[in-house]
Design a protein around this ligand. Structure first.
Ligand SMILES: [Fe+2]
Ligand SMILES: [Fe+2]
Length: 167
């Protein structure tokens, strides 16, 4: 992947206050990014916002429990680095800010980019033993993947087009 965001990933990862291994840490962020990019192939979400959401949404978690307010702290952190560590115009930053701040509330959104961010996060719930539920997805594609029971065949289909048949 073209990666002007690599230095930003390094910076954000280095400051992460969570435990050394966290189910909400950088491994999760990368899967959210991967899920979001997959979803965006059909939803048409803004890819830069989706990638920045993946990086920032849980970046200010302090523990692996409920940690209320971690979405808002992630959004503030994203705001503090904008213009120095990365660039994003005001309109798109507003999408990023909203997606980070409210990702914890189990809400739905009609904006394609915000909806894609939240579905990307929720499709990684398998890591904590929760099966993603189509009823909690905001996008049609997110619902389809959740109903299918696994994201893997969809990822395989993108990696090797034509090789994998989806039911
Ligand atoms: Fe979170
Ligand atoms: Fe998350």
């Amino acid at each position: 992947m073209n990666d002007d965001l690599d230095p930003l990933w390094e910076l954000v990862t280095r400051q992460f206050h969570g435990p050394e291994y966290s189910v909400h840490g950088p491994d999760h962020w990368r899967r959210v990014e991967r899920n979001g990019l997959l979803l965006a192939t059909r939803t048409g979400a803004d890819i830069r916002v989706v990638r920045l959401f993946a990086l920032f949404h849980d970046s200010r978690r302090e523990n692996d429990w409920e940690d209320p307010g971690h979405g808002a702290r992630g959004a503030e952190f994203a705001a503090s680095l904008r213009g120095s560590a990365y660039e994003l115009d005001n309109e798109r930053f507003e999408l990023l800010r909203h997606a980070c701040e409210w990702h914890t509330e189990g809400e739905f959104h009609e904006n394609t980019t915000i909806a894609t961010c939240w579905d990307a996060d929720r499709l990684d719930l398998g890591r904590v033993g929760i099966v993603p539920d189509p009823a909690y997805m905001s996008t049609e594609f997110g619902r389809e993947i959740a109903a299918h029971g696994s994201i893997q065949p969809y990822l395989d289909a993108v990696m090797s087009p034509g090789r994998v048949e989806l039911s």
